[in-house]
Write a protein that binds this ligand. Structure first.
Ligand code: GRF
Length: 192
């Protein structure tokens, strides 16, 4: 059995897709959903899917609480799904190559601190790009700079409405994030 932890700060639509995908799996278990935001929609996702959830404060993150939880639950893969706080160094070190994130654009474009949510799609629209997409990547100590695992693209119109861009990108996220996670866990199984 492989255990995953999902970390999210917002609505949790990706967390929901990942949890749904593995709900019928015999060998992958979503052990916990963690958030820094007590108002986050992802807590309802956890409730609806009967998954344990924990709210962890920024101070808690910094003083080692996240690492303690991940270790206690023997987490194999940490899945970030719209988690807005920096992952602390102790966790990045201990879980090197075992933390993944999804970014709603084609990195290295439109990444970095402060580039999240609609800001990304607004920037893509303003630039007049005719394609955008998603990037699934490993997490290191810098925002959006870890090694890229996979990217998927979608065509858009130049200066397309950012809301339409968001919808197209979200479709890619929901389709591919669970599959890429499953692929990574399979590869890890083969290594062991
Ligand atoms: C997604 O666009 C994801 O790429 C980014 O944060 C957003 C989370 O959305 N990292 P949701 O809460 O899963 O709907």
């Amino acid at each position: 059995m492989k255990n995953i932890a999902i970390l999210a700060s917002g609505t949790g639509s990706n967390a929901n897709e990942v949890a749904k995908y593995f709900a019928i799996s015999d060998d992958v278990n979503v052990s916990i959903i963690l958030t820094n935001n007590p108002q986050a929609g992802v807590l309802q996702v956890a409730e609806r899917r009967f998954l344990p959830s924990v709210v962890i404060s920024k101070q808690g993150l910094q003083k080692g609480d996240l690492l303690k939880i991940l270790n206690a639950l023997q987490i194999d893969l940490v899945v970030l799904a719209g988690f807005l706080l920096m992952i602390p160094c102790d966790v990045v070190e201990a879980y090197e190559g075992r933390i993944v994130n999804i970014h709603p654009a084609l990195l290295p474009k439109y990444g970095g601190k402060g580039m999240y949510g609609m800001r990304v799609h607004e920037a893509v629209s303003a630039a007049g790009d005719t394609e955008t997409g998603i990037t699934i990547h490993y997490v290191n100590e810098k925002y959006d700079e870890g090694d890229i695992i996979a990217q998927y693209k979608v065509s858009i119109k130049a200066h397309e409405d950012p809301e339409l861009i968001r919808e197209k990108v979200q479709e890619l996220e929901h389709k591919y994030y669970p599959r890429v996670i499953a692929g990574l866990l399979n590869a890890k199984r083969a290594e062991n």
